[in-house]
Every structure is written in C-alpha cells, then in structure tokens.
Design a protein around this ligand. Structure first.
Ligand code: 4NP
Length: 153
C-alpha cells in the first residue's frame, strides 16, 4: 500500500483540494486499493473544520466529492515509506524543522509540467481558488505518474 499525504498550513484550502483531486485521479486509474490519500495541516487553528467554502465550491464545480475535516500532521504520518507532499516551501521547512529529513518529502509543484511556479499560493489570502485548482491539478497529474513509475503501479 502506497500512502500519500498532502500538507499545507491550515488543512482547509490547498491540501484538502489536492487530496480530493488526487483521490479522483487514483479512483479513475483504478488504483484505490493500492494508494491511500490523506491531507493534514502543520497548524492546529482549523482542526475539525470542513474545507474552506472556496475549496468546496471549486471541487463541486469540477464534479469532485470531498467531505474531509481538518486535522494536524502527526508523527506517525511521517513514515519513511509515505509520500509527504507540501504545498509550499514554508510547509516543507516547517515539516523538516519538526520531523527532520524525510526520503519522500517534496513540494507538489516539483511534479508539475509548468516550471515557473514552485509554491501553491494560499487562496486563504488571495481568494484565487480557480488558479490554485489549476496548479493542484497539474502537480497531482505529475505526482501520480511518478508514483506509478516508482512503485510499478
Ligand atoms: P491552507 O490555507 O494552508 O491552504 O489551508 C490557510 C488556512 C488558514 C490559515 C492559513 C492558511 N490561517 O492562518 O488560519
């Protein structure tokens, strides 16, 4: 079983969007029995909350279901075999500071086809959920291709 955890700051905007988009790609590829998808935040402010209205709206516009609740990253999430996918450099640095180096800790846009943006901007501040959706979609597509190749799926 391959585990993929998407991580942002609050776990209400970007990482739930990535979780939902990636889960749909995994389902469509018939890999739901082999890849487990989850998300979490480095911060605890929004624990227990539903995803941000903007994230829920953009997902529903694209026909993607999501009913997860925010949670914080836990030490057991950092299993060395898991793929830990941070939304931006700040999330990545926070994880490294708290948990040390991890063999599969990456930024989502490391896997994107576009190369001009490295960090998924926080729509909590920009309100640009459509742009974030496009970046997330691009990164998730590349991530799934990479995991399929590496894991022989
Ligand atoms: P996210 O966005 O990290 O994409 O879930 C944020 C949500 C809440 C806050 C910051 C970012 N906040 O400071 O409460």
């Amino acid at each position: 079983m391959v585990r993929v955890l998407f991580v942002c700051l609050g776990n209400i905007c970007r990482s739930p969007m990535a979780e939902a988009v990636f889960q749909k790609m995994v389902d469509d590829a018939g890999l739901s029995d082999q890849i487990v998808v989850d998300s979490a935040g480095t911060g605890s402010w929004h624990v227990g909350e539903k995803a941000h209205r903007g994230t829920r709206r953009i997902l529903s516009q694209h026909g993607i279901a999501y009913d997860g609740r925010a949670r914080q990253v836990r030490p057991q999430d950092m299993d060395p075999k898991s793929y830990i996918i941070a939304m931006d450099a700040s999330n990545l640095n926070d994880l490294q500071r708290q948990y040390g180096n991890h063999p599969h800790l990456h930024r989502l846009l490391d896997f994107a086809s576009q190369t001009n943006v490295q960090d998924v901007p926080d729509p909590y501040y920009t309100d640009n959920f459509e742009y974030v959706y496009r970046l997330v979609n691009d990164g998730c597509r590349g991530l799934l291709a990479t995991i399929r190749e590496r894991e022989g799926l």
